[in-house]
Design a protein around this ligand. Structure first.
Ligand code: C2E
Ligand code: CA
Ligand code: CA
Ligand code: CA
Length: 278
């Protein structure tokens, strides 16, 4: 039995070591990729369900590797958070995204918002509000066109800390969206206090909309809750005309998903955008 236990112990140690080594390698590669400016932003349109026109885009980070494939953000954002690298990375994302929005303005799309994901580590960094202010000033973007997406889980952890930070961000003039909404347990009274502009329905609640198995009630609830609070509502993960129709029926204002477009590199996104010039 002792041997067995030892054997198991050794087995786990080896696995843990391998895991640690893999993560260190990935971290090292990420550092190198950042330094070599290999990371890219892709853009996915956000559509007004009222007239089918784009109102903005979400910036999504991509890490291209030599094979032509991408390492998905889910596989390195956590590591970037753990190592603190996300502070620098998030700052870069915000700056590049705002510069991109400024180019859209020059090309005739001045109304386009740019939505950027904010990590919990960035949000908790005491320098975060100042870093947003810096990017706004340096890129001279109209602040309201920068939308910060903060997940519901981040927004809901402790009113005392979160509320003043959101107030300071609001004072800069940016817009605020609560991402992945519906997955947490926000209380109405708490939500009411937060100075947010938009709720983003998590795609888990969009998936089955417009099908036989009506699970659309949660999306319906979120839209009504949002409207009750004076917020607009956007749905993510919109993949079909059935989704679009069901979302229109419940009065959801905006939608984002593969049905309209996958996230695209900057140039391809511009080509996608071109027909919407006014
Ligand atoms: P998220 O913020 O919820 O972003 C939406 C994800 O859903 C994106 O995955 C997007 O490509 C995907 N998506 C869009 N439309 C559809 C659809 O119709 N169907 C389905 N099944 N998926 C759709 P992506 O780009 O792989 O990003 C995954 C997550 O990584 C993001 O989830 C976000 O949490 C994080 N992330 C991405 N870029 C950044 C970034 O610049 N900073 C931070 N902190 N996190 C990021
Ligand atoms: Ca997001
Ligand atoms: Ca989301
Ligand atoms: Ca999500």
């Amino acid at each position: 039995a002792k041997n067995d236990q030892r054997g198991q112990y050794c087995y786990y140690t080896t696995e843990m070591e391998q895991d640690t080594r893999q993560r260190l390698t990935l971290l090292h590669d990420l550092r190198a990729a950042i330094d070599a400016r290999k990371l890219k932003l892709f853009y996915q349109p956000q559509i007004s369900l009222h007239d089918g026109r784009p109102v903005g885009a979400e910036a999504l980070i991509r890490w291209p590797v030599d094979t032509g494939a991408f390492i998905p953000p889910d596989q390195f954002i956590g590591l970037a958070e753990y190592s603190g690298m996300i502070i620098e990375l998030g700052d870069w994302v915000m700056r590049v995204a705002c510069e991109q929005a400024q180019q859209w303005t020059e090309l005739g799309f001045p109304w386009m918002r740019i939505a950027v994901n904010v990590s919990v580590v960035q949000f908790r960094n005491p320098d975060f509000v100042a870093s947003v202010d810096r990017v706004l000033k340096e890129t001279r973007i109209e602040p309201a066109r920068l939308e910060l997406e903060i997940t519901e889980s981040v927004a809901m952890q402790g009113a005392a800390n979160v509320e003043p930070i959101l107030q300071q961000l609001k004072a800069l003039g940016v817009t605020l969206a609560i991402d992945d909404f519906g997955t947490g347990f926000s209380s109405l009274s708490y939500l009411q206090r937060l100075p947010v502009d938009r709720l983003k329905i998590d795609r888990a609640f969009v998936r089955d909309m417009g099908t036989q198995s009506e699970r659309s009630s949660i999306a319906d609830m979120i839209v009504r809750l949002g409207h009750e609070l004076g917020l607009t509502v956007i749905a993510e993960g919109v993949e079909s005309p059935q989704h679009v129709n069901a979302l229109k029926q419940i009065g959801c204002e905006e939608a984002q998903g593969f049905y309209y477009s996958r996230p695209l590199p900057a140039n391809d996104f511009l080509a996608w955008l071109a027909p919407f010039k006014m």
